[in-house]
Design a protein around this ligand. Structure first.
Ligand code: SF4
Length: 359
């Protein structure tokens, strides 16, 4: 356990907090764009330890939160077909679609199965050759390689009853879209897990084009405080840079093997993000070579454009413009047991983080 202890060490944490208080003289707004960071920051009580000059904001880093209601509506429509088995990560089960959730449809006998890896969906497809198995692929560069590997394997094994409904997204276009939209921040706490796959270079454009600091940061208290200190120093010196705090996991070249498979199986498409709307070249769809696995192409999924839940300000929260506590439904009507919006459903959502850790 030495490894973990090191990153929770009380004296290191105390020193880092002192250094942040000493160095931070001018107001600075820092945004994390990773659901794992959202939870880790709240769980470890970091906001309460920082000087008033530093404001921490949550951006569009929770995959479930940014995924549109239209995606859930499509999954529910597919689940109504007796020939189809829906396979999904657990977080999506309770996300509200326009009229239902996958969990409610499952209670009505729809075949909706929770899985831990897309390879489980492949196995289910093999075990049920007379059924069509649809995997709901969500998440950023962290989860999309596993989807890509599964599709590649399905192709190699000539499996013809597995389909991917892809809401996979990539992070940098959304980070740029936020700034284009006028969201005022001074730096990004960049996602650690995404960067282990992509490498550190993907944020260079954010630094060069927008003059914002980027620090790829780990998930333990020492990581987070060190990442914040690095961004504060950049801000005070007026020298935004792309730096890596999470050096034990992130390499400049990333995971070349994963990137090769991603590029082989997926290509970019314009995609819809809650809060940001359509962001060009921000989503992943299967390439022509793999289109036989594309649920969007195989099934008729033309549905009316859904409306967002009245009163839910998830979209504004995902842009750092509002806090969960600004929502009139927070904590009274909308709770983790009875979530109204995606940001309360997801274990990585800001609303759930605020509710759970009361900060
Ligand atoms: S508290 Fe609930 S309703 Fe309000 S923004 Fe968050 S998820 Fe939406």
């Amino acid at each position: 356990m030495r490894y973990i202890d090191e990153y929770w060490d009380k004296s290191t944490v105390t020193e880092l907090i002192k250094a942040i208080h000493r160095e931070s003289k001018n107001p600075v707004r820092l945004m994390e764009v990773c659901g794992g960071h959202t939870m880790a920051i709240r769980k470890s009580g970091i906001p309460a330890l920082l000087p008033p000059t530093i404001q921490l904001l949550s951006g569009p880093g929770c995959p479930v939160c940014v995924t549109g209601k239209a995606f859930i509506d499509k999954a529910i429509k597919l689940s109504e077909n007796d020939d189809i088995i829906i396979t999904t990560y657990g977080d999506l089960l309770r996300v509200p679609g326009s009229n239902s959730t996958l969990e409610k449809e499952r209670a009505k006998n729809a075949d909706v199965r929770m899985i831990y890896s897309p390879l489980d969906a492949l196995e289910i497809a093999k075990q049920n050759p007379l059924k069509k198995v649809v995997f709901l692929g969500i998440g950023f560069e962290t989860t999309s390689p596993a989807s890509a590997v599964t599709i590649l394997q399905a192709k190699n094994e000539k499996i013809d009853n597995l389909y991917l409904l892809s809401a996979h997204k990539i992070m940098p276009p959304a980070m740029a879209a936020l700034i284009d939209e006028g969201v005022k921040i001074n730096g990004y706490i960049c996602p650690g897990h995404v960067s282990t796959i992509t490498g550190s270079g993907i944020y260079n454009e954010i630094v060069e084009k927008f003059g914002l600091g980027c620090v790829i940061t780990g998930f333990e208290p020492v990581d987070l405080l060190q990442g914040i200190l690095m961004l504060v120093m950049q801000h005070e010196l007026g020298e935004p840079r792309n730096e890596v705090q999470y050096k034990r996991a992130v390499k400049s070249e990333g995971n070349q093997k994963a990137l090769k498979i991603l590029n082989e199986v997926f290509e970019l498409k314009d995609d819809w993000w809650r809060g940001l709307g359509m962001v060009s070249n921000s989503g992943l769809m299967l390439t022509k070579e793999f289109e036989e696995f594309d649920a969007e192409k195989y099934f008729d999924l033309d549905l009316p454009e859904p409306e967002e839940v009245k009163g839910c300000i998830c979209g504004e929260i995902l842009k750092g413009k509002k806090l969960p506590t600004d929502c009139k439904l927070f904590g009274e009507i909308c709770t983790p047991d009875n979530p109204v919006g995606a940001c309360m459903v997801s274990a990585e959502g800001s609303c759930q983080a605020f509710y759970k850790y009361k900060l």
